[in-house]
Design a protein around this ligand. Structure first.
Ligand code: PLP
Length: 400
């Protein structure tokens, strides 16, 4: 008889995948479905990056590499941290893994003991709590709600800290809300962390380059150099360079932690794909100007989606600083009924009935730890987004 491990039994299956699966089934059954569920840019990987990968294959860079990354990629990452974040690392402080997800997971596996607490602001990216659980720790949720534009306040952070707190996970710009912390907002949090020298900071900067309107991205170790010795600054190729399938994530941090993470990889995944590593060298060292062009397209879509959603009855949507998500509230439709008589009693009902009635797939907020909201990804074409918002509008108007 199959029985999963006790650690795995604590983990729930991904609700975002469940929504995608349902949408896929309806599509296969011939329904006209628009998915707003994507967690990846709809742009293609830049050509110069693809060329570097092809060259790597031709040059025979097809063998095992150093477990946590080739020296050339570590050099490119060191230059990136200096250039973008004013952070200085040497090669022994850099790790490369198969995706940002693997970096985060390796760090948790390398450090958590049973009972260790991981503070996670909610709404959160769905993997943080379950990765913490898998690694034997205990997620502790702190609310960062709509009143504070989905940003954690220093008071709320302070209250969540206990002697068991091991990590504080920070994500800006955020998946699922798109909220990004200004320098001052972040400084208020790092001031709290300074008072608690045993807490380590895991900052997930995956959406660093996707910010709008002159927003200045900052990261904890840059804002508060006194946290440098206990901060893991995580980033990756996936979102910035539209390289989700290549699986390259990286981090800079204190040497003992980086070494421990390398040990985890040496007995699990081994090195990330050699070809993807060479492609990432090109991505990080190459001309970055395409980022601005892509951001201009994302920004135009964000503005359209926010305006159209705010026009819908009972929906209210904040305009976030970055990423490619918005997180509208559906509080105004809770308690209403669809024309078929189905009661919308929470955001999960809302998302399900919206998919059923209008064929628009979006992930409900409870999946990210804050209801009643839903997440809209605008990594889709303008035409699709316009049509999806028109359908949401029609659905909201149909509720009584
Ligand atoms: N962190 C956040 C906030 C994300 O949204 C994602 C991807 O959805 C990741 C990390 C993981 O990125 P990767 O594909 O590099 O593992």
């Amino acid at each position: 008889e199959f029985r999963s491990s006790a650690a795995l039994a604590r983990v729930k299956p991904s609700p975002t995948l469940a929504v995608t699966q349902k949408a896929r089934e309806l599509k296969a059954a011939g329904r006209d479905i628009i998915s707003l569920g994507a967690g990846e840019p709809d742009f293609d990987t830049p050509d110069f990056v693809k060329e570097a990968a092809i060259k790597a294959i031709r040059d025979g860079k097809t063998k095992y590499t150093a477990v946590d990354g080739i020296p050339e990629l570590k050099e490119a990452i060191i230059a990136k941290f200096k250039r973008d974040n004013d952070l200085s690392y040497d090669a022994s402080q850099i790790t490369v893994a198969p995706g940002g997800k693997a970096v985060l997971y390796n760090a948790l596996v390398a450090t958590l003991n049973p009972g260790d607490e991981v503070i996670i602001p909610a709404p959160y990216w769905v993997s943080y709590p379950d990765m913490a659980l898998l690694a034997g720790g205990e997620p502790v949720f702190v609310e960062a709600g709509a009143e504070t534009n989905f940003k954690l306040t220093p008071e709320t952070l302070e209250k969540a800290i206990t002697p068991r707190t091991k990590w504080f996970i920070f994500n800006s710009p955020s998946n699922p809300t798109g909220a990004a912390y200004s320098r001052d907002e972040l400084k208020a949090l790092t001031d709290v962390l300074l008072k608690h020298p045993d807490i380590w900071v895991m900052t997930d900067d995956m959406y660093e380059h996707i910010v709008y309107g002159g927003f200045e991205f900052t990261t904890p170790a840059q804002i508060e150099p006194a946290l440098y010795d206990r901060t893991l600054t995580v980033n990756g190729a996936s979102k910035a360079y539209a390289m989700t399938g290549w699986r390259i994530g990286y981090a800079g941090g204190p040497q003992p932690l980086i070494k421990a993470m390398s040990k985890v990889m040496s007995q699990s995944t081994s090195n990330p794909c050699s070809i993807s590593q060479w492609a990432s060298v090109a991505a990080l060292n190459g001309d970055q100007s395409f980022l601005d062009e892509r951001n201009a397209a994302f920004k135009a879509r964000r503005d359209m989606v926010v305006d159209m959603l705010n026009d819908a009855d009972g929906i209210s949507c904040a305009k976030p600083e970055g990423a490619f998500y918005v997180y509208p509230s559906c509080a105004g439709v809770i308690g209403k009924k669809t024309p078929d008589g189905a009661v919308i009693s929470n955001d999960e009902d809302f998302a399900r009935e919206l998919l059923e009635a209008e064929g628009v797939a979006a992930v409900f907020g409870a999946a990210f730890g804050l209801a009643p909201f839903f997440r809209v990804s605008y990594a889709a074409s303008t035409e699709e987004l316009r049509e999806a918002c028109t359908r949401i509008h029609r659905f909201a108007s149909s509720l009584r």
